[in-house]
Ligand binder design. Structure first.
Ligand SMILES: C=C(O[C@@H]1C=C(C(=O)O)C=C[C@H]1O)C(=O)O
Length: 254
């Protein structure tokens, strides 16, 4: 276990821009000496925690349902209050006309959020595809930056969730698959807090783009604090997900 003196704590964190403040915090604290850090796409963060290849992961919240034991070990998350601006359903036809939709293989939370919204918010029942041509596609992360203008219809899934529930949304949390020492948790939280506080310094090191405002994204669109409202949102999302879980496409089952 991780309390063994010789064994480093294994952490997997999302490899997208939205996680850079957390990485900055980890890198500017002493904790990295005690940690083996890997950066992975969200689906792999989840799988590594499920397979016990890591002890802690910044994992898509949908994957919490696949862990026989978990604890949320930090007061920070990848969340949003209203539009997140990096999780979309892109389509050239209005949502009520969508007959086929393609999911994003890198995602676990947003694919399932799209399914919840289709059922409860848009009240549509399209065929869900893993690949190939479709009327609409779910796309997350940096690959969405600057792409909004390419489509006639752009649905921001955190914004649509807020319309449905009145709540913020939580995409990913810091979760462990085994009990974690309180002192380590405190150290991790302090490192993450440092990163969030020092976003302005971090932003000076990130290359600007003309088609996407990274400063606004990291200062305002992503909401990193895992507070009570987000906890409520997480519980509601997991409840909805359990309702639709039986109908998941096997390849994308979380
Ligand atoms: C807001 C985002 O949240 C991400 C979305 C995830 C998912 O859909 O499984 C998982 C982790 C987050 O990094 C994003 O990446 O754009």
């Amino acid at each position: 276990m991780m309390n063994d003196r010789n064994q480093k704590l294994r952490i997997s964190a999302v490899s997208y821009t939205n996680t850079k403040p957390f990485i900055y915090g980890l890198e500017h604290s002493g904790i990295l000496n005690k940690v083996e850090l890997s950066r992975d796409i969200p689906a792999d963060c989840a799988q590594k925690l499920i397979d016990n290849q890591v002890d802690i992961g910044l994992i898509p919240v949908a994957a919490l349902l696949r862990l026989s034991y978990y604890e949320i070990v930090a007061d920070y998350c990848i969340g949003a209050t209203g539009a997140v601006n990096s999780v979309f359903v892109f389509s050239d036809i209005p949502v009520e006309d969508i007959k086929t939709i393609r999911l994003d293989p890198q995602s676990r939370t947003s694919n399932n959020l799209a399914r919840i919204l289709m059922k409860k918010h848009w009240k549509i029942d399209p065929v869900v595809l893993n690949e190939g041509e479709a009327d609409a596609q779910v796309l997350i992360g940096d690959r969405t930056f600057g792409r909004k203008d390419e489509f006639n219809y752009v649905y921001d899934l955190a914004e649509e969730w807020q319309k449905l529930t009145g709540l913020p949304f939580v995409f990913a949390v810091w979760a462990a698959n085994k009990p974690i020492d309180e002192a380590i948790k405190a150290e991790l939280n302090a490192a993450l807090a440092y990163g969030i506080e020092h976003r302005p310094e971090l932003l000076k090191t990130i290359e600007k783009r003309s088609d996407f405002d990274i400063d606004y994204y990291l200062m305002h669109s992503i909401d990193f604090v895992f507070d009570e409202k987000k906890h409520e949102a997480l519980n509601l999302y997991l409840e909805y997900l359990k309702e639709i879980d039986h109908s998941l496409v096997p390849e994308f089952s979380i």
